[in-house]
Design a protein around this ligand. Structure first.
Ligand code: SF4
Length: 289
């Protein structure tokens, strides 16, 4: 894989996203990375803009109540991410002078920051050399380098070593290469409808050369949403997001027909700290009673 080919492609075709602007702070990049983990760009954009306007530095978010942060997370899904960001913001404000750290080890010590996010911040916020590996990158490497139809199960060490081999030696081009590889996986080498004719790696792609073999690894879990606990949890949280104070159980009972599933989901929201129960049995967003 030739880095300069991919970088040229990215210069021409990469999307203009606000967290890619040079003036975007480390905090802006961190918020974008957490939001983008499980949510598409189009849904993240308006919420990211709202958050950065409202909480331009970590200490501003940390000063907010957990409940308000969960409410502002809106419909991004997987709302535990909002609480993790809130916790990370508090630690950055308290221990790092309100500035997102710029080295992998310090970032990894923050709550909710894993191998991918730490390296993404180092590369995208601070322009440093670090192997950034997400699902999109793993798929591109599996195809272009290993000639497989898709990536197998993830392994942090192996996947990062794979990408490391192609990273340019200098910080700035390495950081751009990382962004370019992710972008190629998001726009061109997609899971189901890869656009090989538009791909800058076409001439060297091992998957093309091998005659486009089908994926032969273990079956992948298909994520469905309708009828799942994830949907029911979202509906329950929606009730609280739409009100100012605590609500009665009866109001929550209206959102889902299956009492067993509803109660399981309510319990799990309490365990996750996304909801709290008041002394008189009402339900509220954390800190809002
Ligand atoms: S040529 Fe096709 S399969 Fe190969 S990297 Fe490009 S988009 Fe992916």
């Amino acid at each position: 894989m030739r880095a300069e080919v991919l970088i040229d492609w990215f210069d021409e075709h990469g999307r203009d996203l606000p967290w890619r602007e040079p003036e975007c702070t480390g905090w802006g990049v961190l918020v974008s990375e957490i939001m983008l983990q499980q949510t598409p760009v189009a849904r993240v954009l308006p919420i990211w803009q709202e958050w950065l306007k409202r909480w331009p530095v970590p200490s501003a978010l940390a000063a907010e109540s957990q409940g308000e942060v969960v409410r502002a997370w809106g419909k991004l899904g997987y709302p535990r991410r909002a609480l993790r960001l809130h916790a990370a913001a508090a630690e950055i404000a308290e221990k790092h002078g309100d500035v997102v750290p710029s080295d992998v080890d310090t970032l990894l010590a923050l709550p909710g920051i894993g191998a991918y996010t730490a390296r993404a911040i180092v590369a995208f916020a601070y322009g440093k050399r670090a192997p950034v590996v997400d699902t999109n990158v793993r798929r591109v490497v599996a195809r272009a380098v290993h000639g497989a139809g898709d990536a197998g199960p993830p392994s942090n060490t192996r996947d990062m070593a794979d990408v490391e081999k192609f990273l340019p030696a200098q910080d700035a081009p390495a950081a751009k290469f990382s962004a370019a590889l992710m972008e190629l996986g998001a726009l061109i080498c997609t899971a189901k409808s890869q656009r090989c004719a538009d791909c800058p790696l076409y001439a060297d792609c091992a998957w093309q050369k091998a005659g486009r073999p089908a994926y032969a690894g273990p079956a992948k879990a298909v994520q469905k949403f309708a009828g799942t606990d994830r949907q029911v949890r979202g509906l329950l949280l929606d009730v609280l997001r739409g009100t100012e104070g605590p609500v009665e159980q009866a109001k929550l009972d209206l959102v889902w027909h299956d009492a067993g599933q509803r109660s399981r989901c309510l319990d799990s929201l309490l365990v996750d700290g996304l909801l709290e129960q008041t002394r008189d049995g009402l339900f509220a967003l954390p800190g809002e009673h």
